[in-house]
Write a protein that binds this ligand. Structure first.
Ligand code: ATP
Ligand code: MG
Length: 652
């Protein structure tokens, strides 16, 4: 599945903004002092950029003067103003220098914080993902989880490294400019505000449309990507059924949809800036005209500046010039922020999805019984050891007395009256009773969907049971730490998963400290040794794409070798040999018999010949055990198993 880009599908709603403080808190948790430094430096940068506007009237007022009763602007002689000009020049130069240095400072700090923060996010996300229960992955599309690492993290990167800083700068600029405008002339400021109000209405309309189609474009992109990926995966099926033409036609439709959305998104997005810029120019001219009128007609000016100096009791030429600069800055800032709106929407939606995953409940583990290797002397005394003695013991500390107790791991597994459903309202297993005594081989057979894999999912605690008990050597498995429980089980899952890496590494995945010899030994047990040595690089052959350079059966053999390598006291083999030819299967069977010796084993197989020798065969039908016994018992009974075995009838 392609990443569906759900984060972007969401409209920009007010709720999304609630995520902002959470995201900032998260950012500050890791980079508090650096972020404070960044914001401090940014403030200096902003001050230095607005400083020109603030100083302009002062500079003009220093250089020029008017005779009383005249509007003619006269210029002072150099000796009259020399000292002031040098002083102002020095102040401005220092401000700009501070601005440049702060700018370098915050860029360097931000490069560090930005990348570091993303790394942290991905680490936290991955750690959380590893702790989630299997049920989370059942209900969440995997592409959707993937997209949190890519699209959503990327949206947050844009936001943290650019949008957030620009928004802060814009906020400061607007505060400065607005204060200065009111300082110089309230009436002129009001005209500027009115203009900005109209600009905001334009942004809401045009920018809103742009954002809408921009989000639609992301959805369509997701669809196109998803379709391409699906068609790539299903290429063989498409060809087998001659569906090339239909598949092209379906592609054309969604591709056209994408084109349409992209066109409109860009259309509205592209016209917004020119509209706002031209509007800014209009406002500029308006302020110039009104300012000059104020100046010539000496209209009484309302300004905060009057409180401090007489100069600003009228609109003088310095104020008009400064206002023009400030108006430009004001409209520019607003245009810039408007461009950032969709970025903010995307980032918030992305952060929402990220925190949704991070707030999921992790797999709970209240277990306190652990698994240790041990030695057992002739009196049955158990001592813990690090050596590979092929003996294991459960170790637990008595809560009341604090006393250590060891119990030998025998492999006695009991399912007592177990009910289970993946969803609360729909039971998949009913009243399951299984007694697996130490060293026994228990077979689970039955039709597709009967519940065989589900039973093994309960033993390794991928899911927790609704009712009943599962006991392992008499211990309720809820009391056993999950890691230790799973370590005691050598499992071949129904779906083979191999990782990118060499064959050697894949087999060693079963037990990371296995020596090369032990890996070869495991491969021999699984009867995989011969074919592996015939691969181009033998055990060092790289596997990619879940081992797509191997045949289905070869992949299964490696999965069996991996379980053999784990050397665990109890084995669970789910359809382990389903893709292997009967001759190889017989060979594997021999190896496995050795592996199963003295180990409790659960075997699931559709090919009934494989389970003939089991100590007990459970026949499942629709989540219930309907028959149980040895092969001979069940044949003699002439029930469902007999019919299955003789091919007379299929289970429903
Ligand atoms: N992750 C899941 N979420 C919800 N329902 C599930 C899940 N896995 C299996 N089921 C349902 O549980 C029932 C038993 O499935 P299970 O995988 O145990 O069958 P099975 O006996 O192993 O079949 P097969 O021989 O095809 O492997 C089925 O009806 C199936 O639809
Ligand atoms: Mg199954």
């Amino acid at each position: 599945m392609a990443a569906p880009r759900r984060g972007i599908q969401k409209k920009f709603d007010k709720n999304a903004l609630k995520t902002l403080p959470i995201l900032l808190k998260y950012l500050f948790k890791y980079y508090k002092w650096r972020m404070i430094l960044v914001f401090f430096l940014l403030t200096l940068v902003t001050v230095s950029t607005v400083a020109a506007g603030i100083f302009l009237p002062i500079i003009i007022d220093t250089i020029t003067y008017t005779e009383p009763g005249s509007k003619a602007v006269l210029i002072h002689t150099w000796p009259e103003i020399k000292d002031q000009v040098i002083m102002l020049g020095t102040i401005l130069a220092s401000i700009y220098l501070t601005g440049i240095l702060s700018s370098i400072g915050y860029s360097v700090t931000m490069a560090f914080v930005g990348q570091g923060f993303l790394e942290r996010l991905r680490i936290d996300l991955f750690n959380k993902m590893e702790s989630l229960p299997i049920s989370y992955f059942d209900r969440t599309p995997h592409g959707d989880i993937m997209s949190r690492y890519t699209n959503d993290v990327d949206a947050i990167r844009q936001f943290v490294t650019q949008t957030l800083l620009q928004a802060y700068q814009a906020f400061l600029t607007i505060i400065f400019v607005v204060s200065m405008m009111i300082f110089y002339s309230v009436w002129l400021a009001l005209i500027a505000f009115l203009g900005v109000f109209v600009a905001l209405v334009i942004i809401k309309h045009v920018g809103g449309n742009s954002a809408k189609y921009f989000m639609k474009q992301q959805v369509s992109t997701g669809k196109v990507e998803g379709y391409i990926e699906e068609m790539m995966n299903g290429q063989k099926v498409v060809k087998v059924f001659n569906h090339e033409e239909e598949s092209k036609a379906a592609f054309d439709i969604i591709n056209e949809e994408l084109n349409n959305d992209a066109y409109k998104a860009n259309y509205y997005g592209n016209i917004l800036m020119p509209i706002l810029n031209n509007f800014g120019n209009l406002l500029y001219i308006l302020i110039a005209i009104v300012g000059i009128i104020f100046y010539f007609f000496d209209i009484w000016n309302l300004s905060l500046g009057r409180l401090f100096t007489d100069i600003y009791s009228i609109v003088n030429i310095g104020v008009v010039v400064a206002f023009l600069g400030m108006t430009k800055q004001f409209t520019q800032t607003i245009a810039n922020v408007s461009q950032q709106m969709s970025m903010i929407a995307m980032a918030m939606a992305g952060a929402n999805r990220l925190f949704d995953l991070m707030n999921q409940e992790s797999e709970v583990d209240n277990g306190y019984v652990t698994l240790v290797r041990c030695n057992i002397d002739e009196n049955g005394n158990i001592t813990e050891t690090n050596e590979r003695t092929h003996k294991w013991a459960w170790k637990y500390v008595h809560k009341s007395t604090g006393e250590l107790e060891y119990r030998e791991l025998k492999g006695d597994i009991l399912l007592d009256n177990v009910d289970f459903g993946y969803f609360e309202d729909k039971l998949v297993l009913h009243n399951i009773e299984i007694y697996a005594h130490p060293g026994q081989q228990i077979a689970l057979v039955g039709a597709t969907g009967a519940g065989k894999t589900t039973i093994t999912n309960l033993i390794n605690r991928f899911y927790d049971i609704a009712d009943g008990k599962v006991r392992y050597d008499g211990i309720n498995i809820n009391k056993i730490k999950k890691d230790d429980l799973r370590r005691s089980l050598g499992i071949v899952l129904q779906e083979t998963s191999l990782f990118t890496g060499t064959v050697m590494e894949n087999i060693r995945y079963g037990r990371l400290d296995a020596t090369d010899e032990e890996v070869y030994e495991a491969a021999k047990i699984a009867n995989a040794y011969d074919f592996i040595t015939r691969l181009p690089n033998g055990f060092n052959t790289m596997l990619t794409h879940n081992g797509s350079n191997l045949s289905q059966g070869q992949r299964q053999l490696i999965a069996i070798a991996r379980a053999a390598c784990a050397d665990a006291p109890v084995m669970i083999l789910d359809e382990a040999t389903s893709s292997i030819d009967t001759r190889t299967e017989a060979l594997v069977q021999r190896g496995m018999d050795k592996l199963m010796e003295g180990r409790t084993t659960f075997v699931i197989a559709h090919r009934l010949s494989t389970v003939r020798n089991s100590d007990c065969i459970m026949v499942l039908d629709q989540g219930r055990i309907i028959e149980r016994g040895t092969h001979e018992d069940l044949i003699a009974k002439k029930g469902t198993y007999y019919q299955l075995y003789t091919g007379a009838f299929e289970l429903e």
